[in-house]
Design a protein around this ligand. Sequence first.
Ligand SMILES: Nc1ncnc2c1ncn2[C@@H]1O[C@H](COP(=O)(O)OP(=O)(O)O)[C@@H](O)[C@H]1O
Ligand SMILES: O=c1ccn([C@@H]2O[C@H](COP(=O)(O)OP(=O)(O)O)[C@@H](O)[C@H]2O)c(=O)[nH]1
Length: 260
Amino acid sequence: MSPFSLSMNESSNQPIKWRRVLLKVSGEALAGDHSQNIDPKITMAIAREVAAVTRLGIEVAIVVGGGNIFRGSSWAGCSGLDRSSADYIGMLATVMNAIFLQATMESIGIPTRVQTAFRMSEVAEPYIRRRAVRHLEKGRVVIFAAGTGNPFFTTDTAAALRCAEINAEVVLKATNVDGVFDDDPRRNPHARLLDTLTYQDVTSKDLSVMDMTAITLCQENNIPVVVFNLNKPGNIEKAIKGERVGTLIGATWNSTISRT
Ligand SMILES: Nc1ncnc2c1ncn2[C@@H]1O[C@H](COP(=O)(O)OP(=O)(O)O)[C@@H](O)[C@H]1O
Ligand SMILES: O=c1ccn([C@@H]2O[C@H](COP(=O)(O)OP(=O)(O)O)[C@@H](O)[C@H]2O)c(=O)[nH]1
């Protein structure tokens, strides 16, 4: 990791917690009000908040989902579609989201690179770890697309994997709900928002935060996860700056994270 000069957080005058983050944006979150596959208001809101924090010297890598366009598990078995083929369509869906997000970011002056897990060189760079790190060190936002490149996985797993590979300090999982609840808030209005959780809480209580592969990869590599609502203005900036927002998994808010 490059030598960082710790920036102070302009709004709260606190030292910045994270220096390099992995922001996971689900396809569901990109769809916004679902009137279209992608809501341009959401991509622009993400771009503006990411722009604000890159100016502080925080390096931001992004993994985009594809569930707003195609989710393999929902289609496998339909008209002879096997799971692997369905998953490749799903991975291609993530590339569409990545190109859209890249265009929005570049339209407001954020230098970005898209790296795909399998080669499609006319559209994006192939994923090359060292290049991704160099881009981040140069202040570019790197958007990882096509997940892990393998069927039977998810982009949450891709987020955990890429976070570990580039030595980012945290996975910031941007969703449509305020964090992790002790019950499904859409079913139970009395569901309680949880402030912090251990990895064991997530795996033992089946809190469906992220799939088991993803949360296990985070646990094995001491990668904390923050689950937060990206629809609340300012939350993306707060999450990237390490301010208290949503639910923190695998650490406590005043702990310093050392992943070495
Ligand atoms: N095709 C490649 N395969 C493997 N590593 C690569 C490849 N291209 C570049 N790299 C590595 O990525 C890093 C950054 O590449 P570089 O071309 O120097 O980017 P930049 O010019 O932005 O610094 C270097 O460590 C380089 O060795
Ligand atoms: O490593 C991966 C990542 C994604 N996918 C496929 O791509 C779809 C979209 O990814 P995901 O569902 O994780 O997106 P999100 O839930 O974040 O919108 C998945 O349903 C899978 O079909 C895959 O096969 N391998």
